[in-house]
Design a binder for this molecule. Structure first.
Ligand code: PMP
Length: 290
């Protein structure tokens, strides 16, 4: 495995960042998770745009432009001779001293890992996930914008632990007002009366790249989609529910807090979306090997 760090490639054993890196000391940094299928990177432009927006929001100078970053990512995949997989691209504030002041970090650290990821067991894609509501709330806009895909995932991790302790496959996170935000690493959708619903970004969801793809597919299939504020009641009483994320792709949900959703098995709209999603991932994206 070849890992990119600041313009050089290293073997896995030698791919190391400093203990003085503020990404480690303070979670000061941003990242992206990006999939590639069949020799093409899916939605590279959208991931780059979000990465640079996240960096801008936290005053982090990445030290390279979007074309250069895209090329570094493609090169990392090429170095590993992969055609299908998952890339983790991380930009930290870089090395500094032991104080939190980012002004003492002269240069960002950039590393890129091209590998594989499996988020949920294969049978959950067939039969659907069980989800429980977590007590840990999504970070409020007033603390850190949930739009920033930062290296601070501790509250999502605490929610994930709660879900695991409850024996569920995933955890639902609410915002401070009690409205549905998203799951620990995925956006959430419901289907009812031929319409698709998902909470607005303002409820505390990350602006998921896969979420945006669902909007495109819905438009293509002529299914109305909207973003009302949602409560758990809306999910309990939905006909279908599913989650989206780069790593998760599109996965059905059949239970929330031990209430069976709809028929208790993945519904027809979810299945159509999954089929179309796979068509898009297989046939579109930035070509890696030309
Ligand atoms: N919400 C959170 C908190 C996430 O970390 C992610 C990405 N894993 C998503 C939603 C889904 O976003 P995307 O479709 O861009 O991967």
């Amino acid at each position: 495995m070849k890992i990119y760090i600041d313009g050089e490639f290293y073997d896995k054993e030698n791919a190391k960042v400093s203990v003085f890196d503020h990404g480690l000391l303070y979670g000061d940094g941003v990242f992206e998770g990006i999939r590639f299928y069949n020799g093409r990177v899916f939605r590279l432009g959208e991931h780059m745009a979000r990465l640079f927006d996240s960096a801008k929001a936290i005053c982090l100078d990445i030290g390279m432009g979007m074309p250069e970053m895209s090329e570094a990512l493609l090169n990392t995949i090429r170095q590993n001779e992969l055609r299908d997989g998952y890339v983790r691209l991380v930009v930290t504030r870089g090395c500094g001293d032991l104080g939190l002041n980012p002004a003492n970090c002269p240069r960002a650290t950039v590393f890129i890992i091209a590998s594989k990821i499996t988020l949920y067991p294969a049978d959950k894609y067939e039969n659907g996930l069980h989800v429980v509501t977590c007590a840990t709330r999504r970070i409020p806009h007033g603390a850190l914008s949930p739009m920033v895909k930062s290296l601070n995932y501790l509250n999502n991790i605490l929610a994930k632990i709660e879900a695991a302790q409850a024996g569920a496959g995933e955890g639902l996170m609410l915002n401070e007002q009690g409205y549905v935000a998203e799951c620990t690493g995925d956006n959430i959708f419901t289907v009812k009366n031929g319409r698709i619903f998902t909470p607005p970004i303002s409820s505390g969801a990350l602006a998921g790249v896969t979420r945006a793809v669902v909007f495109e597919i819905a438009a293509e299939l002529g299914i109305p989609i909207s973003e009302p504020e949602m409560t758990r009641y809306d999910i309990y009483t939905a006909e279908e529910c599913f989650l989206t994320g780069t790593a998760a792709e599109v996965i059905p949900v059949v239970r929330l807090d031990n209430r069976v959703i709809g028929a208790g098995s993945p519904g027809p709209v979810t299945k159509r979306l999954i089929a179309r999603f796979h068509e898009l991932t297989a046939a579109t994206g930035t070509v890696i090997y030309s």
